[in-house]
Design a protein around this ligand. Structure first.
Ligand SMILES: *[C@@H]1O[C@H](CO)[C@@H](O)[C@H](O)[C@H]1NC(C)=O
Ligand SMILES: *[C@@H]1O[C@H](CO)[C@@H](O)[C@H](O)[C@H]1NC(C)=O
Ligand SMILES: *[C@@H]1O[C@H](CO)[C@@H](O)[C@H](O)[C@H]1NC(C)=O
Length: 182
């Protein structure tokens, strides 16, 4: 479970990219009339962190499209989900919003590589809007996916999200998301 952006070279190039993007993102936020102090990656502080309560029952997660050939593999299997987003690990902790989206199993070999597209609806009383996330996720690993945009207070947002698996039961899987934005 190694954290991304750990090598020195990556950090240096990330810093260069951030520096060149800072002017752009400030301008973008200003033009939206919502200047925000989006935290910068190099200090290691996530801009947002929250827990995703992945309910594993049909009310929250279901197969939208079956595998192309289920005797061969799960390739093509598409699952639709709608999960609660909370401030703490406990499912009854403060509700910050929801995470809705789908995953498409995109590997014909037994290793699971799925394309995940999801939208965070977030409102903590101070920041309110949606954030779009997408990337490749694999089971049993800490995944990094892209923050590709947003609405409301998150207009023009860009960066990446680190998704860590915390625990699971028969009915619920818990994930921790840390968003790092430019
Ligand atoms: C999501 O939150 C609603 C409202 O608080 C609750 O009824 C539901 O059980 C929660 N779902 C999960 C999977 O925690
Ligand atoms: C599904 O895969 C099996 C096993 O490889 C194969 O025998 C079968 O022809 C495939 N079915 C279709 C519809 O392609
Ligand atoms: C949050 O943003 C949505 C979409 O812009 C808006 O409809 C809603 O009224 C906002 N909620 C609060 C509490 O500001």
């Amino acid at each position: 479970m190694s954290r991304p952006v750990s090598s020195r070279a990556t950090t240096v190039s990330a810093l260069l990219i951030i520096t060149s993007l800072l002017a752009w993102s400030a301008k973008e936020a200003e033009s939206a009339g919502r200047m925000r102090s989006w935290s910068i990656m190099q200090d290691g502080t996530p801009f947002l962190k929250y827990y995703v309560q992945a309910g594993l029952t049909a009310a929250y997660l279901g197969e939208l499209i079956p595998p192309l050939n289920s005797t061969q593999s799960t390739f093509g299997q598409t699952k639709l989900f709608a999960f609660n987003v909370t401030e703490g690990e406990d499912a009854t902790s403060r509700l910050l919003g929801s995470m809705r989206g789908y995953t498409v199993q995109a590997s014909a070999t037994p290793d699971y590589h799925s394309v995940e597209v999801e939208v965070l609806e977030y409102n903590d009383g101070s920041l309110n809007g949606t954030i779009s996330l997408q990337g490749i996720v694999t089971v049993g690993k800490t995944n990094e996916i892209a923050v590709v945009g947003g609405t409301g207070d998150f207009r023009g947002i860009r960066g990446y999200a680190v998704i860590s698996f915390i625990s699971s039961s028969d009915t619920l899987a818990l994930y921790y998301h840390e968003l790092f934005v430019y």
